[in-house]
Design a binder for this molecule. Sequence first.
Ligand SMILES: [Zn+2]
Length: 633
Amino acid sequence: MTTTKILSTHCERIAFVYVRQSTWLQVLENRESTERQYNLRERAIELGWPPSRVEVIDEDQGRSGSTAIYRTGFQRLAAEVGLGKVGIVLMLEASRLARNNSDWYRLIEICGVSGTLIADESAVYNPREPNDRLLLGVKGTISEAELFTLRTRLYEGRWNKARKGLLRFPLPAGYVLAGDGGWVLDPDTQVRERLGYVFESFRRLGVVRAVVRDLRGQGLDLPIRATAKEAYGSLIWKLPTLSAVIRILHHPAYAGAYVYGRSEYLSERRSPKTGKASAHVRNVAQWPVRITEHHPAYISWEEFVKNQEQLRQNWGHDENQGVPREGRALLQGMVYCGVCGRKMSVQNRAMKENRSPSYVCGRGYQDGEEKSCQCMTSRPIDAAVVEAFLAAVSPSSLRVATQVVDQVEQDLIRQRRQRDLQLEQARYEARLAQRQYDAVDPSNRLVAAELERRWNEKLERVAELERAFANAERDAEWNLTAEERTAITELSRDLPAIWSAETTTNQERKQLLRMVIESVQVDGNSEMGRVEVQIRWRSGTVTSLSVKRTAPGECSLKTPEEAVSRIHKMAPRRSYAEIATALNRAGLRSAFGRRFTSQHVGYICRRDGLDKRKPGSGSKQQDSSDAGRPAES
Ligand SMILES: [Zn+2]
């Protein structure tokens, strides 16, 4: 019965053997099935295909079959079938080829159109025959239904087991399974003590990077469960890395808890490479299964929770760089390392520490090496970028910009005329080709085919030009109306005032910068004492600056010159409080940008030898409170 369907026209084309197992585990464990799949090659030869025309597609091994998008092998198969190059497609249990019904029907459809047969171990189907077609369709439906029930059954079963703490998964380093399925501490003393040391070290140092440096400094490796295919689940020793230590600190198992569902897999976020849903970590409170005191612990649950909070605080600043934050480093989230190209993070210092934040490139640093790629104080770089920003949006440069827009508009009109001509020509050629095709005798097949090909080419050319011109028109839509121009000019005049206004927050300043600046690249390694700064504007242009680094000592904040000289002038005659009021009224601010108080003034007077605590001079009331002032010179 099978052989009657196979004609010589089929055998002249290629036979495709499609081999697939959904997961690597299946690939490893279902060797038998894989072997059966490869045996299909022999079957193709038996059915009459010469070995040279049998091709095996196995690039989808280890890819889940639920949709075809990520299975390049399936796509290739469909494409080749569509081109009519394939005489037969062989696979194990025909319907498993595509477990998604729409893919499956599409393939049957394409096979029907191109006259391609479908075969498995037992039968050959011809999708052009209604009976076979029906059979294939039913098989596909059943297969999908089966997959669905199978999946829900497995899924429910897993959760049921997990809720009882019985679901097994590879244990983290430091634990082994006992004979009764319970978890016990690893009998290897070295493993236990090394993990204990990691927790102890974090307790002492409080920063993961320091823990890594500590371990590396002492030449201590970390026990890790291997996740590579070959040695899956076995214990290996590895050089400590930041991520490995973080993983240990984040793992609730070390606090004696059995946890399942720490990550959720949201189908809308998929890895572009494998198509697998990417994991999103849930908060401790949202863990669906959490059984505390499930097994012996390395640390208490309280300490675990405390560690999570600590980790969150340590890393909270820089992990999410997308949003402008309150911090004083204005280029946060926009600054890139000019040496290695990585995004640089901001190291905010405590306000009381009296130092400006730094931009730090994390390369090397994160893996516990002594030196980071580069780091620099943010203030001079911010100042230079802000200056460039204000200059770029000043009324004078905007006038130039609007002139450029006018010029561009003139150019556009000329370009549009050229494009119209070109398109008209292409349309004429297409019409001509059509007339030639219409004129030829249809029975003169060779000529007709050639003319049809030419006509199609011309039509394609017209479509292509139309597309390109539509894009060009869209890109060119930035001519400004008169109102827009006035609005922009007014805004640009007000901008410096808005920028320095006291009510403007750093967050708002960052938003302003981000509106026009794409990114800023800094390189502090090429020249001693200087930082090369490249501003990439959203318009596509680049501005290069060279900024002087702050020398040590210069770092600390300074009271503005003018305020100091006024204090000097007023000191002999007025009290600290009076001076402070006068300064504030004049709109002067302290080094921190705050209003002056009598303490500020008193500090500067004493520093500069104008101490008023002499018999006869007033304002004694400040004396006691001056002692605690932080150095602010
Ligand atoms: Zn770098």
